[in-house]
Design a protein. Structure first.
Length: 499
């Protein structure tokens, strides 16, 4: 059986803890790989390698850093299919979804290639007689990233390329459920010329996470995952004096007004709710239909959802793959089986779905729940699976009030032909990312990603300007130099004495 080991100090390092976790092919249910789970001593080794590397990388030139990143970008581009294949094998998403994930990660590598403009400082001259003031940004040191299973390549690339471009060194703790993509990313970085120890991959579970959160040599921690864990990460790392950006869960709503193009809204709801099997924090999991359009909108969503082909990610005909684990599949199914008892109409029930020839895979079909109440489990919880809830309101105001009452504030969308309504919505809605006739408003790389309320803990969003600011700290320098003409008597620097 294949073993995924750590990547520390520029090379593969076999696990020494004796503890391993299973890695499953979600399409077959078979355990195909084991991953080493780090001990506290291995956490120390990874951080020590990063600290040693920082002594030289932290003072390296911007030209040297960006040269590595340009080569890295080329290697990632050439190996897109290989990275995507690892994602499909361990996460289960279809190949096109996996390729899309790699493409979105590459956006941040490209942003990092232009770090020279992001790190430019500011200068004010003559703030007083012969006094200048400048503002600069400097790296932090060793920083860590703890990333989720649903995007095993993209989310790490949201973090470490910017971090190392800013002069930091990095310890990545990816999900133990699909760890192989992270190792390939690190190997390609080494091939691009990234010095040993600048990027390290440490596999593990709670031992590894807590080790990084408590380690005195880790200056900052980035995290993407569920809200309870994000809250723990933020509280623990902050208590240890670290800078933290911790992105939590979501319950993303899509408001559909009576004037909306219902075909476009139905297409968007299906792609946003069921893409990547709903295992993404930007999935639309609640559609709020305003006025009399609800029945027609639900009918159009149902018609489209029934045509989605579910199968293994390696099959080019598949449009949706399995869920990551059998336990997660069963948890997602429980929300559907319990929905009717809590007042919902089950329009589509995907809980009995299987795929011929892959009966042991972690399969679930698409589920559509209508007339869902705001106090039901299916609405209140982040399901993280292909389950779409439809809620009804009579007015725009009721819809916005319903959405703003949610404890989550990650992403949201409105579908309408009315520019005034759209403008009002983007100002009134309490969420960090807003789409207008765009169902999944994930910002491009040069804008920052992050939510509000229980969807974000910390002051900084990920990537974009916020990412650069998170991985650097500001310094203001005030300088006074004497005029050469004021040099002591006897020293002539060739400047005229005209006073």
């Amino acid at each position: 059986m294949k073993t995924v080991n750590h990547w520390i100090g520029g090379k593969t390092v076999e696990g020494t803890s004796g503890n391993y976790g299973p890695v499953t092919d979600p399409a077959t249910g078979a355990v195909t790989t084991r991953v080493a789970l780090a001990s506290a001593e291995e956490v120390d080794a990874a951080v020590a390698a990063a600290k040693d590397a920082y002594a030289t990388w932290g003072t390296s030139s911007l030209a040297a850093r960006t040269a590595v990143l340009f080569r890295y970008r080329a290697l990632l581009d050439a190996r897109r299919d290989d990275i995507a294949a690892l994602i499909t094998a361990e996460h289960g998403k279809v190949h096109s979804d996996a390729l899309g994930e790699v493409a979105r990660g590459l956006e941040i590598v490209e942003l990092a290639c232009g770090i020279t403009t992001q790190l430019k400082g500011e200068l004010s001259t003559q703030v007083s007689s012969r006094v200048d003031v400048s503002s600069i940004r400097q790296s932090l040191g060793v920083v860590a990233g703890i990333t989720p299973f649903n995007f095993p390549a993209m989310v790490p690339m949201w973090m470490f390329p910017l971090a190392v471009a800013c002069g930091n060194t990095f310890v990545l703790k990816p999900s133990e459920k699909d760890p192989s993509a992270a190792n390939l990313l690190a190997e390609l970085a080494a091939e691009a010329g990234l010095p040993d120890g600048v990027l390290n991959v440490l596999h593990g579970d709670k031992v590894a996470v807590d080790g990084l959160l408590n380690h005195p040599d880790v200056a900052a921690v980035s995290f993407v995952g569920s809200t309870p864990i994000a809250r723990h990460i933020h509280a623990t790392a902050s208590a240890n004096g670290k800078r933290v950006q911790a992105l939590g869960g979501a319950k993303n709503h899509m408001l559909v007004l009576p004037d909306a193009d219902l075909d476009a809204a139905a297409d968007a709801a299906v792609s946003a709710a069921y893409g990547s099997a709903g295992e993404r924090c930007m999935a639309i999991s609640a559609v709020v239909a305003v006025g009399a359009i609800g029945d027609e909108l639900v009918a159009r969503i149902k018609e489209r959802a029934e045509k989605i082909k579910i199968g293994p990610g390696t099959d080019p005909a598949s449009e949706m793959g399995p869920l990551i684990t059998a336990a997660h599949r069963d948890k997602v199914a429980s929300y559907v089986t319990g929905a009717a008892a809590q007042g919902a109409e089950v329009v589509l029930d995907g809980t009995g779905h299987t795929v011929e020839g892959f009966e042991n895979g972690h399969w679930i079909g698409l589920s559509l729940l209508d007339h869902v109440s705001t106090d039901s489990d299916a609405y209140r919880d982040e399901i993280f699976g292909p389950v779409l809830c439809v809620l009804r309101t009579e007015t725009y105001e009721e819809g916005v009030a319903l959405m703003n009452a949610s404890p989550f504030g990650n992403g949201t969308a409105i579908f309408t032909r009315d520019g005034g309504a759209a403008r009002r919505f983007q100002l009134e809605i309490e969420a960090g990312m807003v789409g207008v006739n765009v169902p999944i408003p994930v910002p491009v790389g040069y804008h920052s990603f992050g939510g509000w309320k229980d969807s974000l803990f910390g002051d900084h969003h990920v990537y974009g300007n916020d990412g650069v600011h998170f991985y650097t700290r500001g310094k203001v320098v005030t300088t006074r130099w004497p005029d050469p003409a004021d040099a002591p008597t006897g020293v002539d620097l060739g400047f005229p004495r005209n006073h």
